[in-house]
Ligand binder design. Structure first.
Ligand code: SF4
Ligand code: SF4
Length: 298
């Protein structure tokens, strides 16, 4: 059987995931666990059931159709027992309020490339293309290699948003079919990086040093108040990036937002609330990057 891609969402007319007008494909699966993640529903590399409590009218229809007893009504309250769920989708079909939804759908390379090529005229006139994001697209690199190669044959520009926490061999392979990398760089200090993302960053830094020799890179840094908004982190990060040379095309500082907290609840994840940095602090951080002659995205 041919492998399929597990897609979280496809966003057309995207203006923030690389140059021009793009289609952004968000994929399921991530090997990091950033505590502030704004897409926690993409963490698992499998389909999951999302349950939105405030849409539920406690009608009990889902309980009637669920073959595994995962949906229950007790004392007038709806209870979804995730550990019993086999993600068969029967309750999704019957729920009239859309409180239940399957997250993560399968696409073959053929299906997805056909869909992405529909907007080729838009990509051409805007010098845009297709961006793969996530989650972490490297989690599905094997099959994405075929899709990206196919898009390149059609002269569609391909961008890849990744945290680079993978063996270099796998990343190097993707440089053959990806034109631009959007690299999410979180925190410079290795210990702190591990504390807040669950993964060390030594490999990420090593991969970045190699990747600049192959493809242009746009750096994206989420800024979270009290976690990585101190000047010291910006100074060491900016020095590191500036030393990598001309293929670091831009640096974008992305202030924290709390969208992930609510989305996490729907998929059974507890997410801590953080704060966005102060405007003034953000401006000072940008100045650190500008002072190293890095192109800061406004
Ligand atoms: S079918 Fe939907 S609205 Fe009805 S109890 Fe189940 S989740 Fe709630
Ligand atoms: S997806 Fe299937 S197993 Fe899971 S709660 Fe719904 S009906 Fe039950």
């Amino acid at each position: 059987m041919k492998q399929k891609l597990l897609v979280n969402q496809i966003q057309n007319f995207s203006l923030h995931d690389g140059p021009g007008i793009r289609t952004t494909v968000f994929l399921q699966g991530c090997n990091l666990r950033c505590k502030w993640c704004h897409n926690p529903e993409t963490w698992k590399k499998k389909s999951i059931l999302s349950y939105t409590e405030n849409k539920c009218i406690v009608c009990g229809q889902c309980m009637e159709v669920c073959p595994s007893g995962a949906q229950q009504i007790q004392n007038g309250q709806h209870i979804y027992e995730r550990t019993l769920c086999t993600v068969c989708g029967k309750c999704v079909e019957i729920c009239c309020t859309e409180a239940l939804e399957i997250v993560g759908n399968d696409y073959s390379v053929e299906e997805l490339s056909e869909l992405l090529l529909r907007d080729r005229r838009l990509y051409e006139i805007s010098e845009g293309g297709v961006t793969f994001s996530g989650g972490e697209p490297m989690m599905q690199a094997e099959i994405l290699y075929d899709l990206c190669s196919r898009l390149q044959e059609e002269h569609i520009s391909v961008a890849f948003e990744t945290a680079l926490a993978f063996p270099w061999k796998a990343i190097h392979r993707m440089t053959k079919c990806v034109d631009l990398f959007l690299v999410d760089f979180k925190i410079f200090d290795n210990e702190k990086h591990k504390e807040y993302t669950g993964t060390e960053n030594t490999l990420i830094k090593e991969n970045l040093k190699k990747l600049v020799n192959y493809r242009p890179i746009m750096i994206r840094i989420p800024i979270i108040k009290g976690i990585n908004d101190e000047i010291e982190n910006a100074v060491v990060t900016a020095d590191f990036l500036a030393a990598l040379g001309k293929n670091i095309k831009s640096v974008e500082l992305l202030p924290y937002h709390d969208f992930g907290v609510e989305k996490a609840k729907h998929v059974g994840v507890n997410q801590q609330m953080f704060e966005a940095p102060d405007e003034k602090q953000l401006e000072q951080l940008k100045e650190v990057y500008r002072s190293r002659k890095l192109n800061v995205v406004e």
